[in-house]
Design a protein around this ligand. Structure first.
Ligand code: FES
Length: 159
């Protein structure tokens, strides 16, 4: 895994955000969400900065980062592929879709491919049950699909 490097702009933005939130009681979650918006994930280096600036124990930041699935500790792949495993999608064959996505990308749910191209996630219901079963790639939703459609969808996300 490559070392964490951020830009001057990200650093300035993070410090400004954290300093604004510091006086606000109970703002740790929000600070972490904002930090994740800036960086796309919450690597250890950023958790340390949050803890330092907000004057919190690092364990507390780390505890929240690992407890809530909304926080990502590792850099996500270029393409985030989600397979909805909510009930409606599951009963309509989402498991097979996930298997095929994993075969194509070479990684299981929850992982990021070594080349940094894909992150595969088994998600909860995303509120589009009428389209079940479905997969998402970034902001795109592909619904009412079968396992035979997965190759064609994934072929669009190779570069
Ligand atoms: S169960 Fe998949 S969108 Fe609701």
């Amino acid at each position: 895994m490559s070392a964490f490097v951020d830009t001057q702009e990200q650093r300035v933005q993070l410090e400004k955000t954290l300093n604004e939130l510091k006086p606000v009681k109970g703002s740790l979650m929000m600070a972490m969400q904002k930090a994740q918006e800036i960086y796309g994930y919450l690597p250890r280096e950023i958790q340390v900065r949050i803890a330092e600036i907000l004057d919190m124990p690092l364990e507390k930041v780390y505890g929240i980062a690992t407890f809530y699935t909304q926080f990502h500790l590792n850099k996500p792949g270029k393409y985030k592929v989600g397979v909805c495993m909510g009930t409606a999608c599951y009963v309509r064959g989402a498991g097979e879709l996930l298997d095929r996505v994993s075969q194509i990308t070479g990684i299981p749910a929850g992982a990021t491919s070594e080349d940094g191209m894909y992150t595969v996630e088994a998600t909860r219901c995303i509120g589009c049950c009428g389209l079940a079963p479905l997969i998402t790639v970034g902001e795109e939703v592909y619904g009412n699909i079968g396992v035979k459609d997965v190759d064609g969808i994934m072929a669009k996300y190779k570069e």
